[in-house]
Design a protein around this ligand. Sequence first.
Ligand code: 5GP
Ligand code: ZN
Length: 113
Amino acid sequence: MADCLFCRIIRGEVPSRKVYEDENTFAFEDLNPQGPTHVLIIPKKHITGLKEARAEDAELLGRCHLAAAHIARERSIEDGYRTVLNVGPRAGQSVFHLHVHLIGGRSLQWPPG
Ligand code: 5GP
Ligand code: ZN
């Protein structure tokens, strides 16, 4: 999508610190990290958010999560990390291109705020 921030990051029009990329997904460091590891994993296909995802996107959602697990393994944070999808403005979604947050490298509280 032309004016979507994360689509522009995938195209390299907006700089980012890339962590991982494959045919379907792209991952980069969050600009405002909430922990020692805070990576955003996004599908290369523009999907606005989880509530806009369709049945045909099921595999892509799984691939984003598997990419998160791969990055967590590489970073040796498997003793505790969290994957989060903020859905809708009341949950804090501020960028409307679906993204999985991977947060770890510190103790995480439950329930989240
Ligand atoms: P949300 O609040 O939508 O769940 O998450 C959006 C995330 O994107 C936030 O954690 C925010 O720090 C991050 N973010 C916003 N703009 C940029 C940007 O231009 N570059 C990077 N790397 N992260 C961004
Ligand atoms: Zn997009």
